[in-house]
Ligand binder design. Structure first.
Ligand code: ADP
Ligand code: ZN
Length: 618
């Protein structure tokens, strides 16, 4: 069998996504590979297909139990012999899995990194023909990354104990150069074929809503998306509790997940979500790495994450199946305060020296800066993200809040004059440059001791903007910096006037800001149909699609698997568009492989026929 046949037969896909083929070919010709792809880009196929084609076993090292479980379940659904070894198995299950592994029954074996140094696993590995070791979430090996896992550092030692070195394939969604180099070096990859695919996720709509009160907006957003599955990310456990309770109170089927809950409850809630019994998940970032639920159609961030990497990874959990989906961030100034707090208190339990911790913190702050930039940019949001990951892109994407939003130009010359002259006067008075916070406090007529000590309350600009909120003033300052009237000293944070500031102060130059006319998310129905129809000819509101979804839910319940494992949303949409009348036609639907067509095909064909009939009679 060749790789394309496998893709069709087991996964039901017609063609490879960008990069997949190159990585698969690399592995098959015996090269180490490093694949950098965005979340949802399709990394797992890159080692699963070689696993089926190579003679020996493929060991997949994966950081999270939930991830392994999902993947193994999905593989089995597709008819591929796979298993996992981790702490969730009891004695008996463990023994059985080992026995079958010794008998060579599996093509893929997923293990937690901690198990690599265990005696039983080492014995098995030495005696087994291992063709490939795939390292998932490979950035966990880097202590500069987001999710450092010390046990990942043990991987080279494990490899050195095998009778022959297998091909090693590493995968990650983290694109930054440092982490990539770390992965290559620390895993001991040998001249790897490195492939960084495009980071764009065109089916994801991005938006940032700047809102003062988040709860009412969140509620109406979730209600507008009724029947869809979504994740709401909060920065703290407390926020998760509060937001989840409020949603439940309003009758929304929401559940929650954070590290403070018992393992039992976390598992239960996660299952409720995966099985669409409770399609809305409110969670901290503890939830998600490895949740391969392909039918999540929106990810709303109730708080701003600490970095754009984290944001993109979390938002990227929407629309993994390629169907239209949304990543929306609710933002206001307090998010920055929370993020700073989390940075200051976040790295204490790590095995870093004081110096390293300092360095890590500095990088955290740099990341935060890029994140706040995203929240306040006036340019295309997708473009901003792709810039960050170093990828070229058109200036406008047509599928983000900025590109699709309406803006009104608003004059802010007066505010600009007040701010710029306050910067000038404080500099004249003190002989050095003060930062955003002091300038803002001065303009707002603050009473802080530091102001009076420095004599800033004596400036003529003191209290000029006392009717504005701190957020509004610092926002204006940020805009003036972005527009090149102010300059922020990188080392000390002091604000300086640029030459252009003189144009505003003395020569009457006008300054404008762009204001989003519609801060509110557009109601579903008014959305232009072009976006939703791009992927298939049906909309989600389509009757047939809904009928297929219901059938999927019933079958999933019967089989005790999550609905998305029966067929993805994208597959159902394609099915509703193509309306197959027999098995051969059904197999042409993207995402329908042989095994699943066998298992579920008849039921879906019947439903399609029934709906067609009803429509004909109408
Ligand atoms: P990642 O691990 O990179 O986050 P996955 O491997 O879980 O992503 O794949 C994400 C989704 O994309 C899955 O639902 C998978 O079925 C789908 N997918 C992967 N490869 C293809 C392909 N060649 N054609 C269509 N869909 C694909
Ligand atoms: Zn855009």
């Amino acid at each position: 069998m060749d790789k394309l046949t496998i893709l069709k037969k087991y996964y039901g896909h017609e063609s490879f996504r960008p990069g997949q083929e190159t990585l698969i070919d690399g592995i098959l010709t015996g090269r180490d590979v490093l694949g950098v792809m965005p979340t949802g880009g399709g990394k797992s196929l890159c080692y699963q297909i070689p696993a089926l084609l190579l003679p020996g076993l493929t060991v997949v090292i994966s950081p999270l139990i939930s991830l392994m479980k999902d993947q193994v379940m999905a593989l089995k659904e597709g008819g591929i012999p796979a298993a996992f070894l981790n702490s969730s198995l009891d004695e008996e299950e463990l023994r059985r899995t080992y026995r079958r592994a010794w008998a060579g029954e599996f093509k893929l074996l997923y293990v937690a990194p901690e198990r690599l140094s265990g005696e039983g696993f080492l014995r098995l590995s030495r005696e087994t023909d291992i063709s490939l070791v795939a390292v998932d979430e490979a950035h966990c090996v880097s202590q500069w990354g987001q999710d450092f896992r010390p046990s990942y550092l043990k991987i080279p030692e494990f490899l050195s104990q095998l009778s022959k070195r297998p091909v090693v394939a590493a995968f990650t969604a983290t694109a930054t150069g440092t982490v990539r180099e770390d992965v290559e070096r620390l895993l001991g990859l040998r001249e790897p074929l490195t492939l960084v695919t495009g980071f764009d996720r065109p089916n994801l709509y991005f938006d940032v809503l700047r809102v003062r009160k988040k709860d009412p907006i969140l509620q109406s957003m979730v209600r507008e998306r009724e029947g869809k599955s979504g994740i709401i990310y909060c920065a703290t456990r407390n926020a998760v509790e509060k937001v989840c309770a409020a949603l439940q109170e309003h009758g929304i089927p929401a559940t929650r997940y954070h590290a403070g809950l018992s393992e039992e409850e976390r598992r239960e809630n996660q299952e409720d979500f995966r099985f669409d019994r409770k399609p809305v998940m409110v969670a901290t970032n503890a939830f998600g790495m490895g949740i391969d639920k392909s039918n999540v159609s929106y990810v709303i961030h109730y708080n701003m994450p600490k970095s754009l990497e984290a944001y993109y990874q979390e938002a990227g959990r929407a629309g993994r199946d390629g169907a239209p989906a949304e990543g929306i961030l609710l933002y206001n100034g307090t998010d920055v305060v929370t993020a700073r707090f989390l940075i200051e208190n976040g790295r204490d339990n790590e095995v870093l020296t004081e110096g390293e911790r300092e360095e890590a913190r500095r990088r955290d702050y740099e990341r935060l800066e890029s994140m706040t930039g995203y929240c306040s940019t006036e340019g295309c949001l997708r473009g901003y993200i792709l810039d960050y990951f170093g990828q070229e892109h058109p200036s406008s994407c047509g599928n983000c809040g900025i590109c699709r939003g309406q803006f009104q130009r608003q004059d802010m010359t007066r505010e600009a004059q007040m701010i710029l002259s306050c910067v000038k006067r404080s500099e004249d008075a003190l002989g050095y440059h003060v930062g955003v916070s002091l300038i803002s406090q001065t303009l707002r007529g603050g009473k802080a001791r530091r102001l009076t000590e420095l004599g800033l309350d004596k400036l003529t600009t003191y209290g000029l903007m006392k009717d504005r909120s701190a957020h509004e003033v610092s926002e204006d300052i940020r805009l003036l910096t972005e527009k090149g009237y102010l300059f922020r000293d990188k080392d000390f944070g002091g604000l300086l006037l640029t030459v252009r500031a003189g144009e505003v102060l003395f020569r009457g130059e006008k300054v404008e800001r762009a204001v989003r006319v519609q801060l509110w998310p557009e109601p579903e129905k008014e959305k232009s149909p072009s976006r939703r129809r791009k992927k298939a000819e049906v909309t989600e509101e389509d009757g047939l699609f809904q009928a297929l979804k219901k059938l999927r839910y019933r079958l999933a319940q019967k089989e005790n698997v999550p609905p998305f494992m029966v067929f993805s949303n994208a597959a159902l949409m394609d099915m509703a568009a193509k309306r197959p009348r027999n098995l051969a036609e059904l197999l042409k639907v993207s995402g329908v492989g042989e095994k699943k067509a066998d298992k579920y095909g008849a039921a879906f064909l019947l439903t399609i026929e029934e709906v067609e009939e009803v429509n004909r009679d109408k």
